[in-house]
Design a protein around this ligand. Structure first.
Ligand code: F6P
Length: 318
């Protein structure tokens, strides 16, 4: 292995830059030539491949997003698209790729592996929806961003005796909603893993109001229900004024937390070590240990929802 490439794919997440930096600098320290692929798999297909050196990744550790840019590439889901990508890799004599992204990105890497390209994947998505690992890069930062924003909602919600319904991201996984909700003292947390129970939600909010609570926070994971419709039901049944907000991409940007920068730097270093050994797989962090497992194993891991955390959040909100 002499030449490797690094790319980011799928939704950006805070810490991707710190990860690219680690890959480039560890790669060069290991005697490898490192290329950057712009715009993820689209850049592999379109030959957007540039040489990187230690200074190319200077002053990016603190930046959110990804300086290599990212994309969701439909063409790469076709055999012809993957063939074009492999052809371009061969053109630069690139034998190994560090692939940074989420589950879709890992599936793409599997196609490269099937065609003989070594890939070391690193989980980076705010959703924390790769269940073989405890943390994905960006999740900690996004959760902290949500907590800080909830603090602002509290001010206005208290001032007007209102319920604030705040929708957060997660792509079908309730981790951001649960972790931020527990940390911010949300009154109600709605996640895809727990069946939506409108009666229970209205009862909890009415009880809180009857016990003197003046403003309430409802944290809603995306894709569970329409926040506006939920507001109408709560307003009608509980007689409490509601406002809704969708945090959207606000929670995906921003400077990465120290936790995410550490996770990103260490994962990048491990990915390079494994590629140097000509191994393919995915880096993870499980029960305090860094692991490296096959992609299929990573993708087939089942979620164990933190029901204890969910119940505790309910108990603590009063
Ligand atoms: O996977 C990251 C994520 O931010 C999800 O939480 C969200 O559902 C999706 O990406 C949004 O995608 P886009 O950036 O295409 O709007």
């Amino acid at each position: 292995m002499e030449n490797i490439a690094v790319l980011t794919s799928g939704g950006d997440s805070p810490g991707m830059n710190a990860c690219i930096r680690a890959v480039v600098r560890c790669g060069i320290a290991n005697g490898l030539t490192v290329y950057g692929v712009q715009r993820g798999y689209a850049g592999l297909i379109n030959d957007e491949i540039i040489p990187l050196n230690e200074r190319s990744v200077g002053n990016i550790i603190q930046l959110g997003g990804t300086f290599l840019k990212t994309a969701r590439c439909k063409e790469f889901m076709t055999p012809e698209g993957v063939d074009k990508a492999v052809k371009n890799l061969r053109k630069y004599n690139i034998d190994g790729v560090v692939v940074i992204g989420g589950d879709g990105t890992f599936r793409g890497a599997n196609e490269l592996i099937k065609r003989g390209v070594k890939c070391a994947c690193i989980p980076a998505t705010i959703d924390n929806n790769l269940f073989y690992t405890d943390y994905t890069i960006g999740y900690d930062t996004a959760t902290n961003t949500v907590v800080n924003l909830i603090n602002n909602f509290r001010d206005t919600s208290l001032s007007h005796d209102r319920v604030s319904i705040i929708e957060v991201m997660g792509a079908g996984c309730g981790d951001i909603a649960l972790c931020a909700g527990l940390a911010a003292g949300a009154d109600v947390i709605i996640v895809p893993e727990i069946k939506l129970d409108i009666d229970n939600i209205c009862e909890r909010l009415s009880n809180a109001r009857n016990h003197g609570k003046e403003g309430s926070i409802v944290l809603l994971a995306e894709k569970v229900c329409d926040p506006k419709k939920l507001a109408e039901v709560i307003q009608q049944r509980c007689g409490i004024e509601c406002r809704t907000a969708i945090l959207g991409h606000l929670q995906r940007g921003g400077s990465p937390s120290a936790f995410d920068r550490n996770l990103a730097s260490r994962s990048g270093a491990i990915a390079v070590e494994r590629l140097k050994l000509e191994e393919s797989g995915v880096v993870g962090y499980k029960a305090g240990q860094y692991i490296f497992v096959p992609i299929e194993e990573a993708l087939s891991a089942k979620q164990i929802f933190d029901i204890g955390g969910y119940q505790l959040a309910q108990k603590l909100s009063f």
